[in-house]
Design a protein around this ligand. Structure first.
Ligand SMILES: C[S@@+](CC[C@H](N)C(=O)[O-])C[C@H]1O[C@@H](n2cnc3c(N)ncnc32)[C@H](O)[C@@H]1O
Length: 381
């Protein structure tokens, strides 16, 4: 069997998440790990990329670098795109899509860049076999990413396919759900020890609780997904991939006494969030109840981690009501949760101050396009 070649990969993530993703990649013992803005580089074989796709909780995509060259005009771009052996990644009768970004480069028209790279790929197939893969923007077998920065072009292929936040367990969105990757990141940033109770008093579709429970049980987040990009590439070793998944499945174990609990004032949300929990195979592990945060009363002495994403006006709720809610919730925390830890993602710093808690740390994050802050505090009386 041929020895798989070593490749350079780039795992992408949302802004602010890089340190957590870096830690995750180091924990997978991948080679030459290097943190960048927007993601983390590592080196390894395609099997390492499978492992990254299966196990990383905070990565959005894992891209494999296939070429790097100078390209200040269309001919250089076409020549560079033609230098890659594309038959490694897509069949002549397959489908692909090209996505381009350009910054401080002469080739700044991204549609044109996409067209030229697409032509380079198509021309190579046509010259060899007379046939060429076609473009499919909905469900391509191969995604090609082009990054131009100061006329230097990097071509990458997408090993993930659909964004990795699409775990496969979500049936219900709720209102303003967190991306699964962001939820996993804030649970990790909270410093939760994976043994103390994990509570979310504004649980919505239960994203934080599900991601937390999967983390504590060492369940690979990719196990629920139907498919990854690399599975559609020519020569993919489906048997070895299946074996890797089976091994991962055998590595999970839910901590026997772990408490994972959520509340939401909306009864319909709670009902539907239970469907998400069931698909994630956590129905007997996560308890969800209807309850208002104004009456939040965790058991005294629980020393819990309260990880939550309160409504913050931009998408849900009215600001004045929310201010009262935050104030009241802060009072409940000081009354019932002294010694517990709070990690609260908020898109409104003014509202977050109404809690009346002094954060130990504030981390700037993005929730989609929204600028947010993650407040980390130990609750004092
Ligand atoms: C920003 S969403 C949380 C989204 C959640 N993290 C997810 O991923 O689905 C805020 C949630 O708080 C709930 N909520 C609003 N006011 C509440 C209150 N006073 N008590 C409890 N839940 C409340 C809403 O119904 C909504 O589901």
């Amino acid at each position: 069997m041929p020895v798989p070649s070593r490749e350079v990969f780039f795992a992408t993530c949302a802004p602010g998440i890089e340190p957590v993703l870096h830690e995750e990649i180091r924990a997978l013992r991948l080679g030459h790990v290097e943190r960048q803005v927007g993601g983390v580089h590592f080196e390894g074989t395609i099997r390492d990329a499978w492992r990254a796709n299966l196990w990383l909780r905070t990565a959005v995509r894992v891209l494999q670098r296939v070429a790097r060259f100078e390209a200040s005009d269309a001919n250089a771009l076409h020549a560079g795109a033609s230098s890659v052996d594309w038959s490694r990644f897509v069949r002549a009768d397959g489908t692909f899509v090209v996505d381009a970004r350009s910054k401080e480069s002469a080739l700044d028209h991204t549609l044109f860049v996409e067209q030229r790279v697409k032509d380079g790929i198509a021309d190579q197939f046509r010259a060899k076999s007379g046939r060429r893969p076609s473009v499919d923007k909905e469900s391509p077998e191969l995604g090609v990413h082009v990054h131009l920065f100061r006329d230097r072009c990097t071509l990458m292929v997408d090993t993930s396919g659909e964004s990795l936040h699409k775990r496969g367990w979500r049936r219900f969105q709720g209102r303003a759900p967190l991306a699964e990757t962001l939820a996993a990141a804030i649970v990790m940033m909270s410093g939760w020890d994976r043994r103390a109770p994990l509570l979310d008093p504004f649980c919505g579709s239960a994203t934080i609780l599900i991601e937390g429970a999967l983390l504590a049980a060492n369940v690979a987040p990719g196990l629920f997904r139907e498919r990854f990009g690399f599975e559609r590439w020519p020569g993919h070793d489906a048997g070895a991939w299946q074996a890797m998944r089976e091994t991962a499945r055998a590595e999970s174990a839910f901590p026997p006494k772990l408490v994972v609990r959520g509340w939401d004032q909306n009864a319909e949300f709670v009902e539907k969030a239970r469907e998400n929990v069931a698909v994630a195979e956590l129905a007997d592990r996560i308890v969800l109840e209807v309850g208002g945060a104004r009456d939040f009363e965790p058991r005294r002495g629980w020393n819990a981690w309260i990880v939550t994403n309160q409504p913050y006006g931009e998408r849900v709720g009215d600001e004045r009501d929310l201010e009262l809610l935050y104030r009241r919730f802060g009072e409940r925390l000081r009354e019932f949760a002294v010694g517990s830890h709070l990690a609260l993602l908020s898109g409104n710093p003014r509202l977050a101050r109404s809690l009346g808690l002094k954060p130990d740390r504030v981390v700037a994050l993005k929730n989609g396009a929204l600028d947010c802050e993650l407040l980390l505090a130990e609750i004092a009386g």
